[in-house]
Design a protein around this ligand. Structure first.
Ligand code: 4FV
Length: 246
């Protein structure tokens, strides 16, 4: 899978993604990440890419032309009109299923805004998906773009040590992940739940499923309506929430 990140801060994204799991995946050519500096496509002698918003208002806006020329350069490399994700608070909120859907793409362009955003006219021409990572305002789209690359990269075969771990992720079957423990068996007087030491896989799976249901009911009851629970688990939810949600 190949990512093209259109940004005014190429070092920020390449330094952030060039380490750890995504960094190793790039070394192993499992992933390609290319930062495209929009300022390289500035068209005036001041090398500026922003200007005042028509109609007034605070802040500056990224102008259409440098973004458009940067996009054309990527389109040239890809050889077709690529999927373009614009990171913006106005977008659909990013979630695991969206990560799985994006992971099916060969190439993905991530457009990072800055200042107050980007001239609407170029967005209308090149953007295929508006995506937000959450209802808060950041200084730029770079961190959201890195979040998308990280979440999607984990789903690319070979990127994680064992692809199995992605199968047991949070949000798989719309439940939060169960609590996990490692050595030592006792820490600060706290014992690892004995079932996990029993070696009885069916009991371990049962306990983990129950913990996921309890944790989801406590922290994210909104997820439960999409989770496929059996009668015993629904009873567990009623006990945790003290009310019936079914
Ligand atoms: C954002 C978000 C976000 C808004 C103006 C960049 C900033 C600035 N992007 N999810 N939340 N973007 O706050 O994706 O241009």
């Amino acid at each position: 899978m190949r990512f093209y990140i259109m940004t005014l801060f190429p070092d920020m994204v390449m330094n952030g993604l060039g380490t750890s799991i995504t960094g190793r995946a790039m070394e192993k050519d499992l992933l390609g990440v290319e930062a495209v500096n929009i300022r390289d496509y500035a068209f005036n002698k001041h090398n500026s890419v922003d200007d005042y918003p028509y109609g007034g208002g605070a802040g500056m806006l990224m102008q259409a032309e440098p973004v458009y020329q940067a996009y054309n350069a990527v389109k040239e490399k890809v050889g077709r009109s690529p999927r373009v994700v614009y990171l913006s608070p106005q977008g659909r909120t990013f979630h695991q299923e969206m990560a799985e859907e994006l992971a099916r793409e060969e190439e993905l362009v991530l457009l990072c805004g800055h200042y107050e955003g980007i001239d609407e006219r170029v967005l209308e021409e090149i953007v295929t998906d508006y995506v937000s990572i959450g209802d808060y305002v950041l200084t730029g789209g770079e961190l959201p773009a890195m979040v998308i690359v990280d979440a999607v990269s984990r789903l690319v075969p070979g990127v994680l040590h064992n692809d199995v771990s992605a199968e047991f992720d949070s949000f798989q079957d719309n439940l939060l992940e169960y609590p996990q423990y490692s050595r030592p068996e006792v820490w600060h007087g706290k014992q690892v739940p004995p079932v996990l030491l029993s070696g009885h896989h069916a009991n371990v799976e049962k306990w983990r499923r129950e913990q996921s249901v309890i944790r989801t009911a406590r922290n994210r009851p909104d997820l439960l309506e999409k989770a496929d629970l059996d009668e015993t688990e629904k009873e567990l939810v009623r006990k945790v929430l003290g009310r019936d949600i079914y």
